[in-house]
Design a protein around this ligand. Structure first.
Ligand SMILES: Nc1ncnc2c1ncn2[C@@H]1O[C@H](COP(=O)(O)OP(=O)(O)OP(=O)(O)O)[C@@H](O)[C@H]1O
Length: 254
C-alpha cells in the first residue's frame, strides 16, 4: 500500500464539530424482528474523538448496532442523536462491510459513482477517485471490473472508496474477518490513517487482539446487550463484569 500519511484534500483537514459534544448518543435503542428482540435497550454515549471498537462474540449484535447507528435499519424503539456541524448539517458518514459491496463497473467508476452520490462536482470526481486508488495501491487496477478483483483487493477498494469520500465518521463492520494476515495489516494501517485525518472510526470485531491494537474505547456486546463500555486501557486491564473478564481472558463465552 502507498503512503497514507498525507490528507487527500482539505475536506479531511477541516475540524468538523465542536470538540466537546459527544459524537453519538443512543437512548434505549432496541431492534426486534418477527417477535424476537435482537438488540435490547442500548444506551451509550460515544466520546467526540477516537476509535470505538464494538467487541463481542458472533451473533452478539455488533452489525445490527452499526447498521442502526448508520441509518441502514430503523430501530424498533429508542433514539439516536448524532453530533452535527454548527449549521445543523449532518456529519459525512461512510461504511465498509465485511464483504465488500461493489457495483458492476470498473474500480475507478465505483469511486466516481460514490462521489457523484455525495454531490461532489464532476470535475473533481476523477482526480479524487484516482488519488484514493493510488493511496491504496490500486492505481494499476483502475479500469478492471471491481467484481473480478480478489477479496483483499475489493476490501482495499472499499477503503479507497471511503477515503475518497473523506468521511467524518467511518463504520467498519468486521472488515478483516475474510482476509489473510497481510491484508489485515493493510486494513489496520488504513484505520490508523483515517483516525490520523480526524475521522471518527466505529469498528466491529470479535478479535480481541485487533481490538487491543486499535481501540480507544470499547463497547462490549453479548446477546444483544451492552455489557460494558469503557476506555480501552481500563477495559482490557480491569474488565468489570464476569462476561467481559471471561472474554478478555480468552475463554469462549458463546
Ligand atoms: N436485518 C436483520 N433482520 C433480522 N435479524 C437480523 C438482522 N441482522 C441481524 N439479525 C440477527 O441478529 C442477531 C445478531 O446479528 P449480528 O449480525 O448483529 O451479530 P454480530 O455480532 O455482528 O455477529 P458476527 O460477528 O457473526 O457478524 C443474529 O441472530 C442475526 O441473525
Amino acid at each position: 500500500m502507498t503512503d497514507l500519511s498525507t490528507p487527500i484534500d482539505d475536506r479531511h483537514r477541516r475540524p468538523a464539530h465542536p470538540a466537546q459534544a459527544p459524537l453519538l448518543r443512543l437512548e434505549g435503542l432496541g431492534f426486534a424482528h418477527r417477535g424476537r428482540t435482537l438488540l435490547h435497550d442500548v444506551s451509550l454515549t460515544l466520546p467526540p474523538r477516537g476509535r470505538t471498537l464494538i467487541l463481542g462474540p458472533n451473533g452478539a449484535g455488533k452489525s445490527l448496532l452499526m447498521r442502526l447507528a448508520h441509518g441502514l435499519l430503523a430501530p424498533s424503539s429508542g433514539r439516536i442523536h448524532w453530533q452535527t456541524h454548527s449549521s445543523g448539517r449532518p456529519l459525512r458518514q461512510a461504511m465498509v462491510f465485511q464483504r465488500p459491496v461493489m457495483l458492476r463497473r470498473s474500480a475507478l467508476a465505483n469511486l466516481t459513482y460514490a462521489l457523484a452520490a455525495q454531490r461532489v462536482p464532476w470535475r473533481r470526481r476523477r482526480g479524487l477517485a484516482a488519488a484514493a486508488l493510488e493511496r491504496f495501491g490500486l492505481g494499476g487496477l483502475a479500469d478492471r471490473p471491481a467484481r473480478v478483483l480478489s477479496g483483499g483487493e475489493q476490501q482495499r477498494l472499499a477503503l479507497a472508496r471511503a477515503w475518497a469520500l473523506a468521511p467524518e465518521v467511518l463504520f467498519l463492520d468486521e472488515p478483516t474477518s475474510a482476509l489473510d494476515p497481510a491484508s489485515i495489516r493493510e486494513v489496520e494501517a488504513a484505520v490508523l490513517a483515517f483516525h490520523g485525518q480526524g475521522t471518527h472510526v466505529l469498528m466491529s470485531t470479535h478479535d480481541l487482539n485487533q481490538a487491543r491494537r486499535l481501540a480507544d474505547d470499547v463497547v462490549f456486546l453479548h446477546e444483544g446487550r451492552v455489557v460494558e463500555h469503557a476506555p480501552a486501557e481500563r477495559f482490557f486491564a480491569e474488565p468489570r463484569t464476569p462476561l467481559a473478564r471471561a472474554f478478555v481472558s480468552g475463554e469462549l463465552i458463546w
